[in-house]
Ligand binder design. Structure first.
Ligand code: ADP
Length: 987
């Protein structure tokens, strides 16, 4: 029978089912469902729900309306009815077997108001337990008045009616209120909201959860990489990496913990569900996710998620079927033994209790795009389309997604769908210590490794990258046997591990000479070709056929560079991957250097990469070039965002392998002519690459300095030059740079990059201002920069995690550098322990111009130390101490020191807790100094008395242009009065 007939025929029974309890709840729940399904428009809903009218009358109105709307609406109505009435009553009613697919429709919403409507049934359930909190959020945000709240809280309303009332009211206020509610609910979801919701998951789900967590735990308890070489338990080796928000966030100070990945901190887009963990290759992204998985599976953290589904993009690349979300979850993570549909429905109904993680988005063959929209979780699609839709929230809105990727492949298209981005910076100096100690159970070995790292700061810098730290620790015997300073570059380190692995398997008694490579050349070339082809085709997992094509034998596999990919292998088909993606790049580079089969154009294209990638058309040429022709014909040429970083790493290794440090090895393995040609080619490419950057520098604006803002790729070229370790090339490449200011802000510059920068920049012909704001330089990086300080006239290191230790080394060097005149260290970790060094700098350098130490932890003690230097310095023009804690005592000491200054023109003590005593002392500078033009005292606690003394001092001074006094302790009348007396005061 048609649904329409059923509605008519069962009218009495339906009315009874809806109204016999005397409560309006069932009718209201049906209305909620119909609204959410789009079967009722808002006005219709209001026409049915007339306050004060009898419940039966309302219900009759609904039946009439539903009937007139036709068969589809009637079908949905009957299904909704069955959902809300008790089972026995529902069983007595006939329905036509329709189904409600809330998520399907819900996924295409575009505004918060729409989302509220579509998610109305579940939101009412959630809101009724936290109505007060939601009302507070709405009041605080200015969307609701207290009268609105009173209306909603009326005692005649049941909790669910209060929730409905709230939603109806929010609708009338508009989009901003809707956003507040959604955000509030989401926060509740990310907190310990399980108990708030008093949710009792179905038994089947709990069984599934148990199965899933035991599988996740099994997968994550051992370090996932190096499967073939170490069985290290994650608990034994895991060392906290440095995690930071990618965006400036005023509320957060210091490093983040793993729990902050999920928490509210640093949220930039509240509508988005995806959090990005970004970081360079080997910085520990996979390991961090693995830790997160393990903690969840063990019940030690992230327990507000009932289910966690971990995915590896590398593995997803090999999924060629079209799948639905349900199939993706169950087939790729964990198969429910029973009731798949019920479990999946639970996931759809409770998105905020579910977490997906996607490791290595950069390894996915396809670049992120939001062209193919998909809303329905049961619809099949290629896996990358599913993934992109999950990330952007078209699918499974509300499910938390944590995605890891290298930063360079994350474009604006993806960024706009991110809730927040956290940046993983590798190990801190203490992290390196901790890791080495964990890695070596014998404490004397650990101590020796650490000692040798301390003597080689270039190597120590490299160890900030966890993967390199692992390699260095792994090869400790070679490391300890090395003469001081012999390991300098990343290539050196990978060469060390190559030697370590090959010698381990050597058949020769003694391979200490150069023969070790010759003995294993075939293996290196076979693995090299596999790696090279893989890099060209974005392939990181290899089948036995791939291995065979490149001639990789069992013996080659036994060397330990390839490990079996466990999840991908079955009894009759094994799959392999390299220990780490950087190892694949290294082997690809070895192949490019050693093989006579690679085309001449390979190197050219590798180094012209930056430019080539700019147009996709040419990108295709490059892909084709890296592959051999045969593959090209059979596989087509799909370009991928994943290519670039790996090709850049490969190019860096090619440069390193061609450096004179390793040339003696190649002589035994291939024709020296060929190597010479390749060296020339690479040198030329590097030099040309740099020239291209220099040519792009715009001419200076009149009156301003000529400035170069580094483009992506500049730091990479610098690193390649460093790997070559030939000062002639560095000199050639940089000597033509003619700028006054080099800007490298937000360029992911850590200690490794600092080493390379200093190596190249020291050859600059003219002094520059070096701006490295907002990077991860740290103390080790500062030390790495020292070799180029003589060519720096100013150094900007805002927001770089620098401590007093770094400053002590920096000042010891720059004090002897003639050109060095300005330093800016805003927002680092400086304390009073650094001020003695600045004091010495000021005493020694009588041409020093600018010292800016804002937003650090300098107190009165530090200010007093600084004052000693200020007293004898006659050159300083700019002094910035914004956002420290020097107080009155500090201000008095500085004022005494600067009283007769004839150089200082600009002085800031904004936000330093300075009161009247400080202001009176500062008035003396105004009285006596002949140079001061601007004094910044905003955000202090000066009252009218303090300002009086400043005004009196100004009477005798004509140089001062302004004194900034906003946000001090004066009433607006007092401010007005003072401004009338002295127009140079700014309130
Ligand atoms: P990414 O995913 O960023 O490329 P991985 O997580 O694969 O980096 O890390 C590479 C290697 O570095 C790991 O196999 C491990 O040996 C080491 N490593 C990374 N992070 C950590 C950590 N937090 N604690 C201990 N070792 C780590």
């Amino acid at each position: 029978m048609f649904a329409q007939e059923l509605v008519l025929k069962q009218r009495t029974e339906i009315l009874h089912a809806l109204c016999s309890s005397g409560s309006a709840e069932r009718l209201e729940r049906v209305l909620d469902l119909l609204l959410a399904q789009g079967e009722l428009v808002w006005e219709e809903y209001q026409n049915i729900q007339v306050p004060g009218r009898a419940l039966y009358t309302n219900a009759r109105h609904l039946l009439d309306l539903v009937y007139t709307k036709g068969v589809d609406t009637c079908e949905i109505f009957l299904t909704a009815l069955k959902k809300v009435v008790p089972e026995e009553q529902g069983a007595a009613l006939s329905s036509s077997g329709g189904c409600l697919d809330l998520e399907k429709k819900g996924a295409c919403q575009s505004t918060a108001t729409q989302t509220l409507l579509i998610r109305r049934p579940s939101l009412i359930g959630k809101l009724q337990d936290c109505i007060d909190g939601a009302l507070e959020a709405l009041t605080v945000s200015g969307n609701f008045t207290s009268e609105d709240c009173d209306d909603i809280r009326l005692p005649i309303h049941t909790p669910s009616q209060q929730a409905r009332c709230l939603l109806d009211h929010v609708r009338s206020v508009g989009e901003s209120a809707a956003k507040v509610v959604l955000h509030y609910i989401q926060q509740q979801g990310s907190g310990a909201s399980l108990t708030q919701e008093q949710l009792t998951p179905p038994k089947e789900l709990l069984k599934y959860q148990k199965k899933l967590s035991s599988s996740v735990s099994a997968q994550s308890c051992f370090l996932s990489t190096y499967g073939g070489t170490s069985h290290m338990s994650l608990d034994d080796i895991y060392t906290e990496g440095q995690l930071e928000l990618a965006h400036d966030c005023p509320d957060t100070h210091g490093p983040l913990g793993l729990e902050h990945i999920i928490g509210a901190v640093g949220t930039v887009n509240e509508e988005a569900d995806a959090v990005l963990v970004s970081g360079e290759a080997g910085c520990g992204k996979s390991t961090l996710l693995q830790r997160l998985h393990l903690l969840w599976a063990r019940g030690a953290a992230f327990q507000h998620f009932l289910l966690l589904f971990p995915f590896s993009c590398r593995r997803l690349n090999s999924e060629h079927r079209e799948l639905s979300v349900q199939e993706l979850l169950f087939q790729h993570c964990c198969w429910p033994d029973r009731k798949q549909e019920e479990i999946f429905q639970f996931i759809l109904d409770h998105p905020h209790l579910i977490l997906f993680t996607f490791d290595g988005l950069d390894e996915l063959k396809q670049s992120f795009s939001d062209e193919h929209r998909l809303c329905c979780p049961t619809q099949r699609a290629p896996v990358h389309i599913l993934l992109f839709n999950l990330i952007q929230g078209s699918l499974m809105k509300g499910v938390w997604k944590v995605v890891s990727s290298r930063p360079d492949v994350v474009g604006p298209l993806l960024r706009k769908h991110l809730r927040k981005e956290v940046f993983l910076k590798g190990f801190s100096p203490s992290g390196i210590h901790c890791f080495v100690k964990k890695h070596h159970s014998d404490p004397t070995v650990a101590a020796k490794v650490l000692e040798s790292l301390q003597t080689n700061t270039a190597l120590l810098g490299l160890c900030h990258s966890p993967v390199l730290c692992w390699i260095v620790s792994q090869c400790h015997k070679e490391l300890l046997g090395c003469g001081e300073g012999s390991l300098q570059t990343i290539t050196d380190i990978y060469m060390m591990i190559l030697q370590h692995f090959l010698q381990r398997r050597s058949t020769l008694e003694n391979t200490m000479g150069l023969g070790w490579l010759q003995e294993h050349l075939k293996t290196v070339l076979n693995l090299g070709q596999l790696a090279f082809d893989g890099i060209g085709t974005t392939c990181y997992i290899f089948s036995c056929t791939d291995l065979k094509t490149c001639g990789v034998t069992e013996k080659d596999i036994c060397m330990g560079f390839l490990i079996q990919s466990k999840d991908m292998s079955s009894a009759n088909s094994k799959h392999y991957e390299f220990l780490h993606v950087t190892m694949q790049c290294f082997f690809a580079a070895l192949y490019i250097v050693l093989s006579s089969n690679t085309e001449r154009a390979t190197i050219l294209k590798l180094f012209e990469l930056q430019e080539v990638r700019e147009t996709s058309q040419r990108g295709k040429c490059f892909g084709a070039c890296l592959r051999n022709d045969q593959q090209e014909q059979t596989q087509g040429t799909e370009t991928s965002a994943a290519e670039r970083p790996n090709l850049q790493i490969t190019a860096t290794f090619v440069s390193g392998l061609l450096s004179h440090r390793h040339r003696s090895l190649w002589i035994h393995c291939c024709l020296s002519d060929m190597i010479e040609k390749k060296i020339k080619q690479v040198s030329r490419c590097l030099s040309k690459g740099m020239q291209k950057h220099f040519k792009s520098i715009p001419p200076p604006v009149a009156g301003e300095k000529k400035s170069m803002h580094a483009m992506p790729g500049f730091v990479w070229l610098i690193k390649c030059i460093y790997e070559m370790q030939e000062s002639r090339i560095a000199k050639d490449a940089i000597s033509k740079l003619d700028v006054d200011h080099l800007k490298l802000t937000y360029c992911n510059i850590g200690p490794v990059e600092c080493t390379a920068l200093a190596y190249v920049l020291q050859h600059l012909r003219n002094p520059v201002g070096l701006q490295l704001d907002n990077n991860s330089v740290g103390d080790v990086g500062v030390e790495q920069l020292l070799p180029c300080m003589h060519i720096c006239n100013s150094l900007y290191l805002r927001n770089n995690n620098i401590t007093d230790q770094g400053i002590s080394k920096l000042i010891a060097k720059v004090i002897r550098c003639e050109n060095f005149k300005k330093i800016a260290l805003f927002n680092n970790n400086l304390t009073d322990a650094c001020t003695q060094h600045f004091s010495l700098l000021l005493k020694t350098k009588q041409d020093f111009l600018s010292l800016r130490l804002g937003n650090n932890n300098i107190t009165a003690e530090g200010a007093k130390q600084l004052a000693e230097g200020l007293e004898v310095n006659h050159s300083l023009k700019f002094l910035g101490l914004w956002g420290n804690k020097i107080g009155d005592a500090g201000a008095e000491a500085m004022a005494r020191a600067l009283e007769n200054s004839q150089s200082l023109t600009w002085f800031s003590l904004v936000g330093n807790g300075v009161g009247n005593a400080g202001a009176c002392a500062l008035a003396n500078i105004i009285k006596n100094s002949s140079s001061l033009e601007e004094l910044w005292l905003t955000e202090n606690c000066i009252t009218k008395t303090g300002v009086e003394s400043l005004v009196q001092a100004l009477e005798h001074n004509t140089h001062v242009k302004s004194i900034w006094l906003r946000n001090n302790d004066l009433s607006s009348e007092e401010e007005e009065e003072m401004t009338k007396r002295e127009s140079r005061l700014v309130f």
